[in-house]
Design a protein around this ligand. Structure first.
Ligand SMILES: Cc1cc2nc3c(=O)[nH]c(=O)nc-3n(C[C@H](O)[C@H](O)[C@H](O)COP(=O)(O)OP(=O)(O)OC[C@H]3O[C@@H](n4cnc5c(N)ncnc54)[C@H](O)[C@@H]3O)c2cc1C
Length: 397
């Protein structure tokens, strides 16, 4: 007899596991299908920074979604930790977005002009920066200080979502989805190497691999890979009291396990050809990135000359043409929902994506939740060929 489920979720990254978790909370019969391992895509490689600063969010729905997502984290983390017994290494800290040159100061102040209408932040000068963290470079011109930011371990978040969903009777199966089953304009299930699964709804949360499933729908899912590398260092000094970032030099975060994360490489580091390096998800750490990241870190925090390199991570982000997620039904089809293209913010936005997708499916897919409206796939329906160059090169983190 054919296997059945209410919903099949394709992909067990943070986005797919969030969808599966929230659907299970609502009582749906869900199957979560993953071709390799939990977090084997971008999600296990991410810094886990939950920050509203930076150029990633724009005024309007993008920022509103990010703010709501940020505010839901403390309760979600508590629920996941209670359910699984895992420590997600979640830390709530103020952040400093540093300017080391004139361009950075201009960019940061420009963003601040609209960001400060939503969250409290202020520009502080070099002296104030050094009062907070005297070990930062003397070349710092100033920074935006923001009281609201956080960071957690993205892999632990991924694992705990999967485990909490499993406790709610949502099985994770290591099976690659090889096709979509359709009847007329309705998706009625998925095909896998080990048989078909019939269902009412398929959620495509396959990160950078999502476009392959779009081929079965004749809908071009505009997502490509944007490589990112970062380093974890062991440093003997006291942990940084704030989360640090700068537009050109990336982040520097003391994690709760004692390691210091620095990175990441992104669009700003690649020329036009290299941006799309590799045909597929690229998890190969490179010597060039290591040297570049260490140099940037030492520029900001000279004491790191003495730090020891513990891990070097590399993964590819699922980049969309406007760097915003693609969430909602596929135009012309019933029974299939996209949850992909989260670009540089899939850890921050993944859980809220899971909640709104679950509520949408649970409501009978009658009404698109208002939070989802700006991210619907139909915004790309008329796109002849996606141009990722501009969106990729704007990526800072
Ligand atoms: C270096 C780096 C730093 C980052 N830092 C941050 C950060 O600080 N904050 C933040 O919010 N975001 C960050 N990101 C971005 C974030 O990692 C991604 O946006 C997010 O992980 C995307 O999650 P996902 O679930 O959509 O995709 P993925 O995690 O890639 O998961 C997709 C899953 O689908 C599976 N799959 C694919 N095809 C199939 C199939 N046919 N059948 C079954 N399974 C399939 C894959 O195996 C994979 O496990 C960072 C990324 C990188 C690389």
């Amino acid at each position: 007899m054919a296997e059945t489920a209410d919903v099949v979720v394709v992909g067990a990254g943070v986005v797919g596991c969030s969808v599966a978790y929230y659907l299970s909370v609502l009582g749906a019969r869900v199957k979560l299908l993953e071709r390799e391992a939990i977090g084997s895509g971008a999600s296990a490689h991410a810094t886990g920074s939950l920050s509203l600063l930076g150029a990633e969010f724009s005024p309007g729905p993008s920022f509103e979604f990010a703010l709501t997502a940020y505010r839901e984290f403390p309760e979600l983390v508590q629920r996941l930790e209670e359910s699984t017994g895992m420590d997600l290494l979640y830390q709530r800290r103020p952040s400093l977005r540093l300017a080391l040159d004139e361009d950075e100061e201009y960019l940061i102040k420009d963003l601040m002009s609209w960001q400060q209408t939503h969250v409290a932040m202020k520009w502080i000068d070099q002296q104030n920066v050094h009062e907070i963290e005297p070990r930062l470079t003397q070349n710092v011109r100033g920074a935006v200080y923001e009281d609201e930011s956080a960071q957690l371990d993205s892999y632990r978040l991924n694992l705990s979502l999967a485990q909490a969903a499993e406790k709610l009777e949502c099985p994770l199966q290591l099976r690659e989805v090889t096709g979509l089953l359709t009847r007329g304009s309705r998706v009625v299930g998925v095909d896998t190497a080990t048989g078909e699964v019939s269902c009412d709804t398929v959620v495509i949360a396959a990160g950078t691999w999502s476009p392959r499933l779009g081929e079965f729908l004749d809908f071009s899912i505009p997502v490509t890979h944007l490589k990112g590398e970062r380093l974890m260092l062991r440093y003997g000094g006291a942990p940084l009291p704030v989360l640090i970032s700068s537009p050109k030099r990336g982040h520097m975060i003391s994690r709760l396990d004692g390691l210091l994360s620095v990175g990441s490489t992104g669009g700003r580091d690649y020329d036009q050809e290299d941006l799309f390096r590799g045909e597929d998800f690229d998890r190969q750490p490179t010597e060039a990135a290591k040297i570049e990241l260490l140099q940037r870190a030492i520029d900001v925090f000279p004491d790191l000359e003495e730090a020891e390199l513990v891990h070097h991570l590399a993964g590819s982000r699922p980049l969309s043409p406007d760097r915003m997620p693609i969430i909602g039904p596929v135009p012309g089809w019933d029974g299939v929902v996209l949850a992909t293209g989260h670009s540089t913010k899939g850890i921050h936005l993944g859980p809220l994506t899971g909640r709104v997708v679950a509520e949408y499916i649970h409501s009978g897919r009658c009404q698109v939740p208002s939070l989802m409206e700006a991210f619907l796939p139909q915004r790309f329906a008329a796109l002849a060929g996606a141009d990722f160059h501009a969106s990729g090169r704007l990526v800072e983190e």
